[in-house]
Structures are given as structure tokens and as C-alpha cells.
Ligand binder design. Structure first.
Ligand code: URA
Length: 291
């Protein structure tokens, strides 16, 4: 067998193995046969980090060739999928791609995908963890108890003045419900992040509000916990542009622990101050609304 034939056979066997094991493709490092031995790049951290960061590091990843008959991103693994965004991408296209996604095991237990909803040019994009039971049934993000609290936090009786119907977009790190509301697994997060990055590219939010540990860690590519991260702006980098990102506690955490209300209110005031800096219209509106 030539090295090319070995590479093709290994790729076929990987696909067969994935489908027999779980019915969906796994993220794998490319197998390269040179001379007598196989060199398999270790999957792990570096690759997942590149996946979180996108941009130049993602672009240098080895990719399968694009199909000529259908959008390449549909059949490729996550990192490659992120690169292969159509030139005329749109929120509707992202939602359509999410609706037929089978990149991780969550597709087998979901009722509906939950791409996100809100203003198409938002001041703030809120990113949560993943859909819960209510969201899975309705296909809409943050509609259960935590969602209702999130809506109240964002408006705060007009003092923050944000809402999904006017100036916010609300989405999650993963777009399908993790069973029993468990935290998304690293491979599920990595598989779904390209969709979130496409949404951020299209929405161009002035600020991202990362609600909870999963969102803050995934977007900032850090292992630091939310208790330390919250309350201070960090930068989310995408396409050589930094978007201010404010981590705060997840509304579900507030429902469990009333003591978090004060820090979250402080975070909302920090958010308001940043938006006043960045958007003259918002600043003007807030000038008439004392804290
Ligand atoms: N929790 C989340 O993180 N997202 C939702 O959409 C609902 C609850």
C-alpha cells in the first residue's frame, strides 16, 4: 500500500468507527503516513485551544478538502467548519446549519436546536451555557425561570435598559440541551463554538456579557472560575478585533443563592458604564435614568 492509500483507508476506518460507536463524527488529528511509520498529532489541549481562539492558529490546522457539491462546513470537523463560513453568511444560515448539526452527541437527545434570538445589531450579546428543558421544547434561549430573571437583570427597571426585543441578542455556548442539564463536555463545547463565533461575527455586539462559568471559560479560554473573573472586563478576540467581555454569574446561580444579587447588580452597573462610553445614544438615554 502507498502512503496515500494508507491515509485514505485510515480516514475511511475512522468514519466507520465513529458511526458505529456513536453515530457522529469525532474531532481527530489527521493521520499522516510517511515512510514506514504513522505519526498522529496528539489531539488534546493545543488543538482545543486553537479551536477556542479561532483566527490564525485555527487556519494553520490541517483540513480535509472541501466538497464541491455542498457547503464544506457542513461535513467538516469543527475547526475546519469555522474557516469555511460562506461569504454571504447570515443569522438565518447559522440557525439552519445548527438545525441539522450532528457534530456531537447532543444531537441525539435534543428536541429542538436553540440558536439564539434578539436584535440583529445588538449593544450586548449575552452568552449562556446551553439550553435547558424549556428551551429544548421551545427552541428559544432563556425562556425558563433563569431566562425570566435574565430579562429582569438586563432591564433592571429601566436602569440598565437592555432587552432581547430591542438591543440585546441572547445565545448559548452549546445549541442543544445537555441531558439532565449537565455542563457541556469539552468536546461538545469545542464542536459548537464555531457557530457562536459566526454569530458574533455577524452581530458585531459592542459588548459580550458572559453569563456563568461555562461561557466565561469557553470565550476567554481560561480555567479561571467565574468568582474570580466576574465584574471586570476582559477581551474576546475574534478576527484581530477585541470585543469587551464582562463575565457575571449565571442567573440560575442567582436563583439558588440570593447573596449573588449584589455582585450581579454591581456587574450590571459596570456594563451600563461601559455602554455609556461606547454608545452615544445609550449614554443619552441613560442620562435621564439615574442609578
Ligand atoms: N440556561 C442557559 O445557560 N441557557 C439557556 O438558554 C437557559 C438556561
Amino acid at each position: 500500500m502507498t502512503n496515500e492509500e494508507k491515509t485514505a483507508a485510515a480516514a475511511f476506518l475512522d468514519i466507520a468507527d465513529d458511526y458505529l460507536a456513536g453515530g457522529y463524527r469525532k474531532t481527530r488529528a489527521p493521520r499522516v503516513y510517511t515512510g514506514g511509520g504513522e505519526r498522529e498529532s496528539p489531539p488534546g489541549e493545543g488543538e482545543i485551544r486553537a479551536e477556542f481562539q479561532g483566527g490564525a492558529s485555527g487556519a494553520s490546522k490541517a483540513e480535509p478538502a472541501a466538497s464541491e457539491t455542498e457547503p464544506a462546513y457542513d461535513s467538516l470537523e469543527p475547526a475546519a467548519a469555522d474557516e469555511a463560513v460562506p461569504a454571504d453568511d447570515s443569522l438565518e444560515q447559522v440557525a439552519a446549519d445548527i438545525s441539522r448539526c450532528g457534530r456531537c452527541g447532543l444531537c441525539s437527545t435534543r428536541t429542538n436546536t436553540v440558536p439564539g434570538e434578539g436584535a440583529s445589531r445588538p449593544l450586548v450579546m449575552v452568552v449562556g451555557e446551553g439550553p435547558g428543558a424549556d428551551e429544548d421544547i421551545s427552541g428559544r434561549p432563556f425562556v425558563g425561570r433563569a431566562g425570566q430573571l435574565l430579562d429582569r437583570m438586563l432591564d433592571s427597571k429601566g436602569k440598565i435598559g437592555l432587552s432581547r426585543s430591542v438591543n440585546c441578542y441572547i445565545a448559548n455556548v452549546v445549541k442543544c440541551r445537555p441531558p439532565q442539564n449537565r455542563n457541556p463536555l469539552p468536546d461538545e463545547t469545542a464542536a459548537c463554538l464555531p457557530f457562536l463565533r459566526r454569530q458574533i461575527r455577524l452581530l458585531k455586539p459592542l459588548v459580550i456579557l458572559a453569563a456563568g462559568n461555562t461561557a466565561a471559560k469557553a470565550l476567554l479560554d481560561t480555567t479561571e472560575g467565574i468568582t474570580r473573573l466576574r465584574g471586570s472586563f476582559a477581551a474576546f478576540s475574534l478576527d484581530n478585533r477585541d470585543i469587551p467581555l464582562l463575565p457575571t454569574f449565571h442567573p440560575s446561580a442567582l436563583l439558588r443563592d440570593e447573596g449573588l444579587k449584589v455582585p450581579v447588580w454591581n456587574d450590571m452597573k459596570t456594563l451600563r458604564a461601559k455602554l455609556c462610553e461606547l454608545d452615544a445614544g445609550y449614554a443619552e438615554r441613560m442620562a435621564d435614568t439615574p442609578l
